[in-house]
Every structure is written in C-alpha cells, then in structure tokens.
Design a protein around this ligand. Structure first.
Ligand SMILES: *[C@@H]1O[C@H](CO)[C@@H](O)[C@H](O)[C@H]1NC(C)=O
Ligand SMILES: *[C@@H]1O[C@H](CO)[C@@H](O)[C@H](O)[C@H]1NC(C)=O
Ligand SMILES: *[C@@H]1O[C@H](CO)[C@@H](O)[C@H](O)[C@H]1NC(C)=O
Length: 390
C-alpha cells in the first residue's frame, strides 16, 4: 500500500518535471546509471520521462565511497517512514497526542529536533498578531534593500518571529482549521487560491542557465494576502532564526527556495516540509553528483550541514469535534529542523536509502502533498510577491 503510494508519487514527480532539461553531454551517466532506479519499471518510465533536471528532493543520488558521510547500507521501509512521521506529528500535536508515545520514544524524537521557535513554555495561539507580521516585513524589506540581508530582523525581532510561528495571523489560523475540518482534503485548501496565474520569474540567472526551479512555469497564490505574507515570513524566519540553531541558510536558488505543502494523514493538520541545500556545488571529491542545469554556479558546499536541510512547519492544531473546529487549539504552530545526522532517528527512519547521501526526508511520509511553495528572491518585490505556488 505505502510502497504503491510512493511509487505513484515518484512517477508523478517524474512526469511533472517533463519541462526540465539536463545538460546533454555531462548528464548521461547520471540517467543511464544502473543504480539510478531500482526497479526496471521505473527505469523504463525514467527513460520515457527524460530529459529532466533532477532536484535532490525527488531523485536517486548515487552514494560514493569518497563521501565523508557514506554509511553502512541501511534499508528503509516506507511504513517505518510513515510511522516515524506520525510520531513526529504526535510529539508536536499537543498533550493528548504526545501522550500516545512513551517517554523514551518522545525523548528520542525531540532530542534530534532543533526548534526555531522554542516549544517549551509556548502559549497556544491567539489571533492578534496581524500587525506584527506587517511590521516584521516592513523592517525586513527596508533592511534588505540596503544590505542585501535582513539585518533589522536579525537584530531584534526574534521574539516576535517566534510568537508568529506559534501563533499565526487569523487568515492562516482559519486555513489551518479548514484543513482539519475537511479531514485534510487538499481541494479544501486549494479552494483558497486566487484564480490569478503568475508567471514564474527568472531569478538569479536561472533562465540563462536553462534552469527551471519550480514544477511549472506558472504559479498561483492564496487569495488572502495575509497567507502569502505568512508563507514568505516562514522562509525568512528560517533564514533569520536558523543561525541560532546552528544552521546558516540562504534564500537562494541553490539553497532554500521551496517547501512541499501537505495535510497530515489522520488529522488533516496543515504543514510544509521545506528542503534547503537543494543544489550543492559539484565537487570531484565531496559531491561528485551532477544535478543538471540548476546546479550550475552553486557555491553551496556539501558538508555536515546537509543533515539539517529538512525543516518542518506545522500550522497550529485546532481543537475540533468531527467536522467543526472551535476557537481552541490543541497545539501551537511549530517550525523545527529535523536533524538527520547518520546514526540518528531521522536518518534511520525517515531518510530513504536512495537519497541518504543528501539526507532527503520525503514529504509524502507526513501526509497528502498537494502543492509546492516557492520563494523566489525577486529584487525589490514585496515579500508576498515572492511566493509562487505550483
Ligand atoms: C516505546 O515505544 C517504542 C515504539 O514507539 C517501542 O519500540 C519501545 O519498546 C517502547 N519503550 C518502552 C520502554 O515501552
Ligand atoms: C501548469 O500551470 C498551468 C496553469 O495553471 C496548468 O494549466 C497546467 O496544468 C500546469 N502544468 C502542470 C504540469 O502542472
Ligand atoms: C554562520 O554564519 C556566521 C556568519 O558568517 C558564522 O559566524 C557562523 O560560524 C556560521 N555558523 C555555522 C554553523 O556555520
């Protein structure tokens, strides 16, 4: 069952990336490598789907003996992944959900989480913070115009940002409720998109490199501007709060520009699994893997920080009775790095063997995945205008 689902998702990923293209000469070894796909069916499908530009979130990466992280072979079972993801959701799901895990399991999961907003002492959401997200953005964009960074954000607004993570503005809180009220039905969330189509912009020289970062050349946004602002805020929060968790992330075409939105199995809770460090630099000894056009020009080193590339956002969990959610909340919003260091619980249970070199945690383990959230660093654009959903 689970295997079939993942197979299907992989197929979908391949088919939906038909628009991608690889550099013709250098990439052939990547595609035709016998280890590229494990099943002949998949290999045939891959041949039919080529050419494409793999992203390391959706592509088998070849392990190399020269990798400093190459590890003894491990087997990954999809059901183990789904069970582990469910446990992660439980431990972040409020008191009652967390009580479904025994203490040692909860401790095991928590000790490899790096919280960007502290969990302890967190209050449940209130809905009076709409002003502060605007203030945060205004200070951020003023600073970024001048400095190319978000200096003001870095200086003094950490507490505000963390409050906003635990307790998002009302439009986002309403979306979180809709997701749960509709039992995680993706259409219920997709119904909140505006019909307007936005062409995906050419950022940071992607077009010149023949690189297409998003799944599609056109994208959508939420009808409620506040939700788009909040999506941009999440990317910025990872960038700003990451260093205090030991992780420097840039909002660039090689590092953090996308996440996968899902509704959790069983609960319908809304979430996004962000993948940073998407295109590490090709390096003969450290990372001899060709990821196609989009990798060109990368200066993202392949190093131990790859362990931290998977970042999970969960919307607050509403208290609901059947299909009716109240204004009460079972759990605050969460933004947390899942540290997938070899030997740890996430590496063992959530990173499939076929992507263990790059530590990819698969979003489909958490729930039904229905849209990608992209943040493209369009110069001088308002934060919400940097969001492209497709
Ligand atoms: C705790 O739960 C895990 C599975 O979630 C189980 O493997 C382990 O044996 C349990 N430990 C105790 C002490 O009950
Ligand atoms: C790309 O977006 C357009 C416009 O929204 C849509 O019609 C098309 O089906 C999308 N293509 C894919 C492959 O998702
Ligand atoms: C993050 O970047 C800062 C500034 O460049 C640096 O001082 C710090 O050591 C870096 N942290 C990590 C974990 O790489």
């Amino acid at each position: 069952m689970a295997k079939g689902r993942r197979l299907f998702t992989l197929m979908t990923a391949l088919v939906s990336s038909l628009c991608f293209a690889l550099p013709t000469s250098s990439s052939s070894s990547f595609i035709s490598s016998p280890a590229f796909f494990t099943s002949t069916t998949l290999r045939a499908e891959a041949a039919a789907a080529a050419p494409r530009s793999p992203r390391i979130g959706a592509t088998k990466i070849l392990a190399t003996s020269s990798s400093p992280f190459s590890d003894s072979a491990k087997s990954h079972d999809d059901d183990v992944g789904i069970k582990c993801a469910a446990d992660v959701l439980a431990v972040l799901g409020g008191k009652e959900a967390a009580a479904s895990l025994n203490a040692s399991r909860a401790h095991q999961l928590l000790s490899d989480m790096r919280f960007l907003a502290p969990l302890q002492g967190s209050s449940l959401p209130t809905q009076h913070l709409i002003q502060s997200i605007t203030e945060i953005h205004e200070s951020g964009s003023k600073a970024s115009l001048k400095s190319g960074g978000m200096e003001l954000l870095k200086q003094g607004n950490h507490n505000n940002m963390q409050r906003l993570i635990r307790s998002p503005p009302s439009a986002v809180a309403e979306l979180a409720k809709v997701a749960v009220e509709w039992a995680g039905e993706p259409e219920a969330v997709l119904a909140k998109l505006s019909p307007t189509i936005y062409p995906v912009p050419d950022v940071e020289g992607t077009a010149a490199d023949q690189c297409q970062l998003a799944k599609n050349t056109s994208a959508r946004r939420f009808a409620a501007e506040e939700i788009n602002k909040y999506m941009a805020f999440l990317f910025e929060a990872i960038h700003v709060l990451g260093p205090s968790a030991g992780f420097n992330v840039s909002l660039s075409r090689y590092d953090l520009f996308h996440g996968h939105m899902f509704t959790a199995y069983n609960t319908g809770r809304l979430g996004i699994l962000f993948h940073s460090r998407e295109y590490p630099e090709f390096d003969k000894t450290n990372f001899p893997i060709n990821l196609g056009y989009c990798q060109r020009g990368s200066d993202v080193p392949y190093d131990a920080s790859m362990n931290l590339r998977n970042i999970l956002w969960l919307a607050p969990m509403p208290a609901c009775n059947g299909h009716q959610c109240s204004n009460k909340w079972l759990a605050p919003g969460a933004l947390v790095i899942l540290d997938a260091h070899p030997g740890g619980v996430y590496y063992k249970e959530l990173v499939p063997e076929w992507v263990d070199v790059v530590r990819t945690i698969y979003e489909g383990d958490f729930g039904q995945v229905f849209i990608d959230v992209n943040y493209f660093n369009v110069a001088n654009a308002a934060p919400e205008a940097r969001i492209f959903l497709c």
